[in-house]
Design a protein. Structure first.
Ligand code: PLP
Length: 306
């Protein structure tokens, strides 16, 4: 499909003393550069879903997410590109009468309509009965699950790794709903291992990933350093600023920075047993950085963004 033809990203080496001293080489795949505000992996997960929606002559896409969701924004943007209408079912009915945050304002500018639902109702998002009711109410709609993680989303993420990436022993990727890491697992070479770094604490994500993958050569680390999803402290902010200063790469505070922090921690504690040639998948996710900084400034820290 022509909208996605150009998806291709470069690997860039990250040179830090800790890697050099341990004889480790680390590269980062700049999926974050695929688009200035849409996370690279979200484009990949939407590719075959949108293709199917268009082939089936649907006129609308419905999907789910939180108020800062990169997936919701990517869906709104693709809707605008393809002339498909979009509905975002957003977690939190308290948002109904509030001013839209910048993520949702961008979605609206791309033409998305919203349905704000309570956190209790949001829990039903994968429930067959609930989905059927949605289908009946919104005829001729294509429904995509939260995070774009379904069979077709995983298929799109099987295109992230390329031939040159055979160089690496281990591929690391942040994990939310699990689709991206599942695609990597399915497309890796036999000699490679996939490590996923969950942005959530004690998630049930292993079971989700297992449903989509064709081998067992992978491992997921839960977020046990930063107290869970979207929790950001001073230590993390300093780490992000420090990496940016040393490498020129700005990592997002929800997913990619926590992954690299975790890896460096394991290397410094002599717990790294996964190979000397590491590829990190940088999934992007900087679109909400100003909003996050607004909150951080109240706590006395700030991600330096330039
Ligand atoms: C959604 C997202 C992820 C997680 O991807 P999943 O396929 O949901 O596991 C990682 N990084 C960023 C920036 C994201 O937006």
């Amino acid at each position: 499909m022509f909208y996605f033809k150009e998806i291709k990203s470069e690997n860039q080496e990250i040179k830090l003393p800790i890697f050099k001293n341990n004889n480790i080489r680390v590269f980062i795949k700049r999926e974050d550069l695929i688009h200035s505000i849409i996370s690279g992996n979200k484009f990949r997960k939407l590719k075959y879903n949108v293709e199917k929606a268009l082939n089936e002559k649907k006129d609308q896409i419905i999907t789910f997410g939180g108020a800062f969701s990169n997936h919701i924004l990517a869906t709104a943007y693709i809707g605008k590109l393809t002339n498909l209408k979009t509905i975002g079912i957003i977690r939190g009915d308290e948002l109904l009468n509030k001013k839209l945050n910048s993520t949702l304002q961008n979605c609206k500018n791309f033409g998305m309509k919203f349905l704000f639902i309570s956190r209790t109702d949001y829990k039903k998002r994968n429930n067959a009965e609930y989905i059927n009711t949605l289908r009946k109410k919104h005829t001729n709609s294509f429904i995509i699950p939260e995070g774009g993680t379904n069979y077709l989303g995983v298929k799109g993420c099987e295109e992230i790794l390329e031939k040159d990436d055979d160089f690496f022993d281990v591929i690391c990727c942040p994990v939310g709903s699990g689709g991206t890491v599942a695609g990597l697992i399915n497309s890796k070479k036999k000699f490679q291992k996939i490590l996923g770094f969950s942005a959530l604490k004690s998630s049930n994500i292993n079971n989700v990933i297992t449903k989509f993958v064709n081998n067992n050569d992978w491992k997921i680390f839960d977020d046990n350093f930063f107290k869970g999803y979207s929790k950001i402290d001073n230590r993390l902010v300093n780490f992000i600023n420090d990496i940016n200063k040393q490498t020129g790469i700005l990592l997002d505070p929800i997913y990619n920075s926590k992954m690299l922090y975790h890896i460096i921690k394991m290397i410094s504690n002599d717990q790294w047993i996964y190979g000397k040639k590491i590829l990190l998948i940088n999934t992007g996710g900087l679109q909400s950085i100003n909003e996050i900084n607004f909150k951080l400034k109240k706590k006395g820290c700030e991600i330096i963004n330039h």
